[in-house]
Design a protein around this ligand. Structure first.
Ligand code: FEO
Length: 393
């Protein structure tokens, strides 16, 4: 248990050891499931619960915090890493009411089988008084689920932002003490779950502009006492601006594609373009997702396997397509032994991306002089396209 301010306590759980979220997302630095207790002069509210695996930690912290009664549990989001302990908390505090929006209420009933009469629903902008403290609810849809909302504690100017603006990062300090580390974790989180909803993220950022915010307390990672740090980062990531960068995820079986990638990456660097290269059989997909946030161009490298792309390259294409980065151009380089439809199949997998496809380069077997010439030409074309975008300094 840690204290944000008088009568505002962090009672959630730090999960130092978790390394995979949703059996999909690597968590190299763990995470936390933040839950906050606000003791008003008349009523007490708990903002979110924790992942079911950490229910015991939450209950222990509530006991340490002297939370003998709980009037409200604010449910910002129905996903189980924040709602999963709700059934146990409601058993422990049978008079508590779950405060949420109608969409989240319906989801919580579906997911946790809660009873209808346990809920109070609130509209966007509605307030709830705890006596000397006032909670205002702000809908922030599509910070990867449609029902998410935040709470603004008016008197203390604290925004409890749920997943929005959060970071998968386990720390013993309650507040951010190392912005560079938090920046990387927050960008990873944005890239992995919020980037596909960039338009709604921008709408949500606009919505927060009218609030005077001194502290942002998200549901994952440390609390921001310099809110502009994370708000400005989000504005940059969610903007339309791309950078003079090329992401090169690749996999190679017998070395031909690797030789092409090595030559091509050098060609880009010689042209002053920043490159981020990822070997796909060993990649941390979070790092790849981070790289996709800003890059103007993605070039996938793959050999031909069983007529199509290598499955690792197909996974990278599928992931990029799902994350929908603001990337402007894409291409494919690689090799084949005797034939196949690798380029057609990979291109078809990028249908969600609004990208111009630049002429792919395929070598038959070992890449030869003519193939390296084509890679030089592709690097020239990428430079020319980046110049057209006005992003080459
Ligand atoms: Fe942290 Fe969408 O749950």
């Amino acid at each position: 248990m840690r204290q944000l301010k008088a009568d505002i306590l962090a009672v959630g759980a730090v999960d130092w050891d978790v390394r995979l979220f949703d059996r999909l997302i690597p968590l190299p630095d763990g995470t936390s499931y933040n839950s906050y207790l606000i003791k008003g002069s008349e009523k007490t509210a708990l903002l979110d619960t924790v992942d079911p695996a950490k229910t015991g930690v939450l209950i222990g912290n509530l006991s340490k915090a002297g939370a003998g009664k709980l009037d409200y549990v604010i449910a910002h989001h129905a996903e189980q890493d924040h709602s999963g302990s709700l059934p146990d908390i409601l058993k422990l505090y049978p008079d508590a009411r779950v405060v949420t929006n109608p969409k989240c209420k319906a989801m919580l009933i579906d997911i946790l089988d809660l009873q209808e009469d346990k809920f109070i629903t609130v509209e966007d902008g509605e307030t709830l008084s705890l006596g000397d403290k006032t909670l205002q609810f702000i809908y922030l849809p599509w910070v990867h689920w449609p029902e998410t909302m935040a709470t603004y504690l008016k008197e203390d100017k604290i925004l409890f932002s749920c997943d929005f603006l959060g970071a998968h990062l386990a720390t013993s300090n309650l507040f951010v003490d190392d912005e560079a580390t938090v920046y990387e974790s927050a960008k990873r989180y944005y890239a992995e779950i919020m980037m596909p909803f960039r338009r709604q993220i921008n709408n949500n950022l606009e919505k927060l502009e009218s609030l005077e915010i001194e502290i942002i307390a998200p549901s994952h990672g440390p609390v921001y006492n310099r809110p502009e740090f994370i708000i400005d980062a989000y504005k940059d990531w969610a903007s339309d601006a791309v950078k003079n960068e090329v992401v090169v995820p690749y996999v190679s079986m017998h070395g031909s594609t690797a030789k092409m990638v090595s030559f091509f990456v050098d060609a880009l660097i010689e042209r002053g373009i920043m490159v981020r290269q990822f070997e796909l059989s060993t990649v941390d997909v979070g790092k790849l997702a981070i790289a996709l946030v800003d890059a103007a161009t993605i070039v996938i490298g793959s050999p031909t396997v069983l007529i199509g792309p290598h499955p690792c390259a197909a996974y990278a294409a599928f992931l990029a397509n799902a994350l929908r980065p603001k990337t402007k151009f894409a291409s494919i380089i690689g090799s084949f032994g005797w034939g196949g439809k690798m380029v057609e199949q990979l291109t078809a997998m990028l249908g969600n991306l609004k990208v111009g496809i630049l002429e792919p380069v395929l070598a038959k077997g070992e890449p030869k002089e003519d193939d390296f010439g084509k890679l030089d030409k592709l690097a020239d074309e990428i430079l020319a396209k980046h110049k057209e975008l006005g992003i080459v300094k």
